[in-house]
Design a protein. Structure first.
Length: 317
């Protein structure tokens, strides 16, 4: 059963009544309540659809962070055959926050990158809550260089609140590592497609999202800094995160208008966490279509299309 967010209280109450009525109807001594149950189920479904049709940017932020939302490894498990993880940056260490490897995506060999947040206490600690350290970005750059050597497209699953901000990360060159990964993505001679599946936080996301085609799940966010951090910077008050989220235009719908992303992938009603399999399948379909746009193109054309895409951002027609 999905965990409810604060703004879903009215839906939670209706769905709780549906569950109670359904349990009652299954009892042998229950009076016939099939009609009442059907009406209440329809009312609950409509309330959920109406609510999610008009989410605010802050509500979308909460949905993007939902703990039951499918993560990078869920997408890889469902979409990728023969996945072989690759570890280490060949300089310092392995970073579990950055998943990397090779596999087959619907019959096509690909290289894979993604940030993994973890789904419980143990895995969240293991993957550092999806906050990548310098060695993770250097690993990503290494995999992209490997992909070009073997003429493999690169798929990126973006889901991070931001790069790891610890002192040790700064000591090991966090900014330089992100820049190197971004550069590797921009100069790649094979097509690359990114899908923002949850949070796309700052340069931590851009390091693997500087791609030919950038897609976002319907209720994902993509932002220069988290709403809380932005509120602290702008107003010295992190409690104004809701105001920051609204002002920063961080939703997929806003970013598509600005030309920062190339497409939106629809989610099941109520968010990806309510039907992870359907959300992952939709994401896979969108990535397959995006890759097909670059099939057979020479390396220089792929690079020039990517360059034109990013240079066009923010320019007036």
């Amino acid at each position: 059963m999905a965990a409810y967010l604060d703004f879903e209280k009215s839906v939670a109450e209706l769905e709780s009544k549906v569950e109670d009525l359904r349990a009652l109807s299954e009892r042998q001594d229950s009076p016939p309540i099939g009609e009442e149950l059907t009406k209440l189920e329809a009312k609950a479904a409509k309330a959920l659809a109406d609510l999610y049709a008009g989410l605010t940017p802050w509500q979308k932020t909460q949905v993007a962070r939902h703990p039951q939302r499918p993560h990078c490894l869920d997408y890889i498990r469902e979409l990728i055959e023969d996945f072989t993880p690759l570890a280490g940056d060949r300089k310092f260490a392995e970073d579990e926050a950055m998943v990397a490897g090779l596999g087959r995506f619907r019959g096509q060999p690909v290289a894979l990158l993604g940030q993994e947040k973890g789904s419980d206490t143990t895995t969240r600690i293991k993957h550092n809550f999806g906050m990548v350290k310098p060695e993770g970005y250097r690993k990503a750059a290494r995999i992209m260089e490997l992909a070009e050597r073997f003429d493999l497209p690169v798929l990126s699953f973006v889901d991070t609140a931001g790069a790891f901000p610890g002192v040790e990360a700064e000591e090991r060159g966090q900014a330089e590592a992100i820049a190197r990964a971004t550069e590797a993505a921009l100069i790649l001679g094979t097509p690359n497609v990114a899908l923002v599946i949850g949070e796309g936080g700052s340069g931590g996301a851009l390091g693997i999202a500087a791609c030919n085609n950038v897609l976002m799940m319907e209720h994902a966010i993509y932002t220069v800094a988290s709403p809380e951090a932005s509120a602290s910077i702008l107003w010295r008050d992190s409690q104004r995160a809701q105001d920051a989220a609204t002002s920063m235009k961080i939703t997929a719908q806003d970013l598509l208008k600005f030309g920062i992303i190339d497409g939106i992938v629809g989610e099941p009603v109520g968010g990806a966490h309510r039907n992870p399999a359907a959300a992952i399948r939709a994401g896979g379909d969108a990535m397959e279509k995006a890759l097909a746009l670059f099939a057979g193109l020479p390396a220089e054309k792929i690079r020039s299309l990517r360059e034109e895409k990013f240079l066009a951002i923010g320019r007036k027609a």
